[in-house]
Design a protein around this ligand. Structure first.
Ligand SMILES: [Zn+2]
Ligand SMILES: [Zn+2]
Length: 270
């Protein structure tokens, strides 16, 4: 993916900066928490509060590359990444998988140390969150393994590990997590199968955390030492009555996006 910079530069105006965690920015997913009755913000947003509940271990923080909105004129990245619509870029139409791979490749090259710092060492495995039958149009069903296959830094570490458990697809569709929403492929060696593994869990879209937290929980229960979740976009729904979300979206849109900072290293003055 040597041309990751060139490809992402074609659509650089679609990305939005993800703020570092701070009061008013959820320390797990980087969108806006509600305010308590006294006006102080909660530390985590209501989605994270719901989706990390009931797990022995959850992923924290999640690392989104860009914020994105679903509605309005500003939703180009969402249409591309979540709906898999090709967007016009120069003379050609950019295929969603190409753009997604370039985004991950460029971000990983710039912030590998931020991510491995969370993992406590180099990643031993890269895996993706499989789609459930309710998630996606069929054409997009297997896109993430294909995307990782195009990222040369991650491809050698890629292993499919998880299977969706269709019985719980409707739970995930309601934005709720579940410890059995995903299961390990094969059942040999039981709970120790991933012992010592530092896993980079990659997905395209983070909405509530139901998929990412359920998938991470299954990996932890299978013995993973650490799981770091990297997502291309974190959906944000800025609404006038939600002060913290509005502030985050205004701030994200006020400065041009740069791959030189991420939500982990941003507080170091970049
Ligand atoms: Zn959150
Ligand atoms: Zn960084």
């Amino acid at each position: 993916m040597g041309d990751a910079r060139a490809v992402t530069d074609l659509v650089i105006s679609l990305y939005r900066n993800v703020p570092a965690a701070r009061p008013g920015v959820c320390r797990i997913c980087h969108t806006g928490p509600n305010n308590k009755p006294n006006g102080e913000p909660y530390e985590i947003c209501s989605s994270c509060d719901r989706t990390v509940n009931g797990f022995r271990r959850h992923v924290e923080p999640v690392v989104p590359i860009s914020l994105a909105v679903e509605e309005g004129d500003d939703n180009g990245l969402f249409r591309l990444v979540a709906r898999k619509e090709a967007v016009p870029a120069s003379a050609n139409r950019l295929k969603p998988a190409t753009l997604m791979a370039a985004t991950i490749a460029r971000f990983y090259e710039a912030h590998e140390t931020c991510l491995t710092g969370l993992a406590g060492g180099p990643f031993t495995t890269v895996t993706t969150i499989p789609s459930t039958r309710l998630d996606r149009p069929i054409a997009a069903f297997h896109i993430m393994p294909q995307v990782i296959g195009m990222v040369s830094a991650l491809r050698p570490l890629y292993k499919p590990l998880l299977l969706p458990n269709d019985k719980y697809a409707s739970v995930l569709a309601r934005r709720k997590s579940h410890p059995h929403a995903f299961q390990m492929m094969g059942t040999r060696n039981g709970s120790q199968r991933l012992r010592g593994e530092r896993i980079l869990l990659v997905d395209d879209l983070f909405v509530s955390g139901a998929h990412a937290q359920s998938a991470a929980s299954t990996l932890f229960e299978a013995g993973a030492e650490e799981v770091v979740a990297l997502v291309i976009i974190r959906l944000i729904v800025p609404t006038v009555w939600h002060e913290n979300r509005m502030d985050i979206w205004h701030e994200a849109s006020a400065q041009p996006f740069t791959f030189d900072r991420c939500c982990l290293c941003a507080q170091k003055g970049r």
